[in-house]
Design a protein around this ligand. Structure first.
Ligand code: HEM
Length: 150
């Protein structure tokens, strides 16, 4: 796992915060639409009510925006990261699911932002996604190991 993101990557990700504030929900709605169309087994992991009411796309958009804004001070996110990891363990999220979300999230960013999503931006977000994913995967690994039946 990379110990830190490069200053360039952090700056690029941070600079996308205004676009995410404006279009974050459209991006996460598009992401779920894409992902559920090809991965029904992933769709089954999600609470239908939270999905229908738009709650889950809102939560993910909020998390992504908070990450963009705090990418250079991740200690601000330790509480939310712990809550995400706990929810992921409750819903049986595993490391092999992370590439599916990565592919669909990056494609959704491109779909929604169009030409504004330059290669530099998409590369920075891919790197930043995996940095956060590695933190979540490690936390989830610990939580699974703490479960009596795991
Ligand atoms: C870096 C990647 C990810 C981020 C930032 C993220 C973020 C979140 C957030 C903010 C929540 C809501 C937590 C709450 O209830 O307060 C959540 C819940 C959830 N996430 Fe993730 N997630 C990521 C990856 C994944 C992956 C790979 C999967 C597996 C397909 C997944 C499946 C879920 C599920 C099933 C829930 C519970 C939704 C429900 O209540 O119906 N997430 N995630």
């Amino acid at each position: 796992m990379a110990r830190t993101l490069s200053p360039e990557t952090m700056a690029t990700v941070k600079a996308t915060a205004p676009a995410l504030r404006q279009h974050g929900l459209a991006i996460t709605e598009r992401m779920y639409e894409r992902m559920f169309a090809t991965h029904p087994e992933v769709e089954a992991m999600f609470d239908k009510a939270a999905q229908k009411s738009g709650e889950q796309p809102k939560r993910l958009a909020g998390a992504i925006l908070a990450y963009a804004e705090n990418v250079d001070k991740l200690e601000n996110l330790s509480g939310p990261v712990m809550r995400m990891a706990q929810r992921h363990v409750e819903t049986h999220v595993k490391p092999e699911h992370y590439p599916i979300v990565a592919d669909n999230l990056l494609a959704a960013i491109k779909d929604v932002l169009g030409d504004a999503a330059t290669d530099d931006i998409l590369e920075a977000w891919a790197e930043a996604y995996w940095f956060l994913a590695d933190i979540l995967i490690a936390k989830e690994h610990e939580l699974y190991a703490d479960q009596p039946s795991a």
